[in-house]
Design a protein around this ligand. Structure first.
Ligand SMILES: Cc1cc2nc3c(=O)[nH]c(=O)nc-3n(C[C@H](O)[C@H](O)[C@H](O)COP(=O)(O)OP(=O)(O)OC[C@H]3O[C@@H](n4cnc5c(N)ncnc54)[C@H](O)[C@@H]3O)c2cc1C
Ligand SMILES: NC(=O)c1ccc[n+]([C@@H]2O[C@H](COP(=O)([O-])OP(=O)(O)OC[C@H]3O[C@@H](n4cnc5c(N)ncnc54)[C@H](O)[C@@H]3O)[C@@H](O)[C@H]2O)c1
Length: 459
């Protein structure tokens, strides 16, 4: 049996469902195929559950600090991991069910549950059924990378998905990987009461950020009692002496073996492209399996586009959604939007969070432009003092000749929100001098943005 559609979308993550909404609204018949949970990674095992758990961890942290604010708490502070998880799962379930209802009620949409793979150009097979369409959109996302570390097959390990099923606080959580996933889980589990050790292969955590960011983050995590081991190049995994897991790191300074009760692998993601039958349709990938796309997100095969994490052009929910906006605008609105025009912005949800936009200082220096830089510790931000959250700093980097902002980092309370004032200015291509005369609201973290601009100096 074969069914024909105007369009087929594979994957109901962050780009597929809104694209289905636009295409069906234009009168097209669309098949949306999902093999697992509607909403994909962000809703089910990524942003939503982790940010819900970060909120629980923040509550535990603040309660422990209550005395500093003049607030007394009677009795011991306890964390009920099962309730923390139930809260997070409730939030994700509501989102997933809302998305599912929306898609099930969408006119001209056929929602198909199953694994899709190409059988030829314009042809897909799901559970033995053949589907064809002149337009096929890949939104297949990715999954946790399980690295080929010696001993990985001899020890139990957790990923970002399975760690969401823990109903008890681990005694000692070992985290391999000191970037987004590793650090967000490390801090939250420390705040839930676990001992936590992070092992990172690079010379510093969050290696893609500037050194001052890595240093400040490491120091604030260590202040909370998290052990961090960087430059750990020769990691071997082995069963622990008293059950649990051990990581042998005998190639660097420090103790040669770290033992823990649980192990989280947080060393990156792999795209879900190996089992898609891409060869049958002539869709090319790079060496790491990411679908190769052009500036309009078209693949090497006519009539096939790739959106979201699987195209390697972004690794965030907002970049996946923006991919949908680009494809929809070009196909349906006669636009000529390009992925390269996107201003890079993201946040790391430690507490305090790191809000980032554009270039890091080291990238800006490598570009060879004449730079102006301003930096201010959060201990000199009124709102941070009032909140009792003064760790971190804000940094702004501008081009001295063009007067454009090149990048910024706000590692500090509210940094994930305040960074948007700068992100919008970069997006608008604004001359930073325009912002000098903005009248921001007091007391906020954002109110320091004009001050930072006044402080810009050759560096
Ligand atoms: C722990 C964690 C925390 C994160 N936190 C944040 C955050 O705070 N902010 C942020 O911006 N980003 C965050 N991310 C990243 C974010 O989740 C992803 O960038 C985003 O979900 C990518 O969306 P996507 O649509 O490309 O793919 P996905 O959301 O992964 O969706 C792909 C879908 O395709 C389906 N699929 C795959 N292959 C097939 C097939 N052959 N047939 C049918 N269906 C298929 C999958 O089942 C899945 O549902 C986080 C990620 C993780 C892991
Ligand atoms: N706040 C957010 O937006 C957010 C949160 C979580 C995840 N994410 C997304 O998920 C993706 C994956 O995150 P991630 O943290 O797993 O990957 P990542 O690629 O950001 O970092 C992986 C880290 O593991 C280290 N590493 C790699 N191999 C190692 C080894 N063998 N031993 C020790 N360390 C090793 C790397 O040096 C790096 O620091 C990110 O690209 C991000 O886009 C985003």
């Amino acid at each position: 049996m074969s069914r024909g559609f105007d369009a087929i979308i594979i994957g109901a993550g962050q780009a597929g469902p809104p694209l289905a909404g636009r295409l069906t609204a234009e009168g097209m018949s669309v098949a949306l195929i999902e093999r697992h949970l509607i909403g994909g990674t962000c809703v089910n095992t990524g942003c939503m559950p982790t940010k819900a758990m970060v909120a629980s961890a923040y509550a535990a942290h603040l309660v422990r600090r209550a005395g500093e604010y003049g607030v007394g708490i009677g009795g011991d502070i306890t964390v009920d991991m099962a309730r923390v998880q139930a809260r997070a799962h409730g939030i994700t379930r509501d989102a997933r069910e809302g998305n599912t209802r929306w898609l099930e009620g969408m006119e001209r949409l056929t929602l198909i549950r199953g694994h899709a793979r190409f059988t030829g150009p314009s042809a897909i097979e799901v559970d033995g059924e053949r589907l064809t369409a002149p337009r096929i959109f890949l939104n297949v996302g990715g999954r946790a990378l399980v690295p080929d570390l010696p001993g990985v097959d001899r020890v139990p390990f957790l990923t970002n998905s399975s760690i969401l099923q823990l109903t008890e606080v681990p005694e000692h959580l070992l985290v391999v990987g000191g970037s987004y996933i590793g650090l967000e889980f490390a801090q939250m589990f420390r705040r839930f009461g676990a001992r936590v050790s992070v092992v990172e292969r690079s010379p510093r955590i969050v290696m893609r950020e500037d050194e001052d960011v890595s240093e400040a983050l490491q120091s604030l995590l260590e202040d909370e009692g998290i052990a961090i081991r960087t430059g750990a190049e020769c990691i071997r995994l082995q069963p622990g002496r008293e059950g649990g897991v051990a990581i042998a790191v005998d190639c660097a300074d420090g103790p040669p073996v770290m033992e823990g009760s649980h192990l989280l692998l947080a060393v990156g993601r792999v795209p879900n492209t190996a089992d898609l039958g891409l060869d049958a349709a002539g869709v090319e990938t790079d060496a790491r399996g990411y679908v190769t796309v052009d500036e309009h997100l078209k693949t090497s095969a006519d009539g096939v586009w790739a959106l979201g994490d699987c195209n390697g052009r972004g690794a965030f929910t907002h970049t996946a959604y923006n991919d949908y906006e680009i494809v929809a605008a070009n196909l349906l609105d006669g636009a000529n939007r390009k992925v390269g025009a996107r201003v890079s912005g993201y946040a790391l949800y430690t507490d305090p969070p790191l809000g980032r936009v554009g270039m890091s200082e080291s990238e800006a220096r490598k570009s060879g432009r004449p730079l102006l830089i301003a930096k201010r510790p959060m201990s000199r931000v009124g709102r941070a003092k009032e909140k009792g959250e003064t760790k971190g700093f804000m940094k702004l980097i501008a081009d001295a000749e063009t007067h454009r902002i090149l990048g910024a980092a706000i590692l500090g309370t509210g940094g994930d929100e305040a960074i948007h004032g700068i992100l919008d200015a970069v997006h608008a291509g604004m001359d930073y001098r325009t912002l000098r005369w903005a009248v921001p609201i007091h007391p906020t973290v954002s109110e320091l943005i004009p001050t930072l601009i006044m402080d810009l100096a050759p560096a």
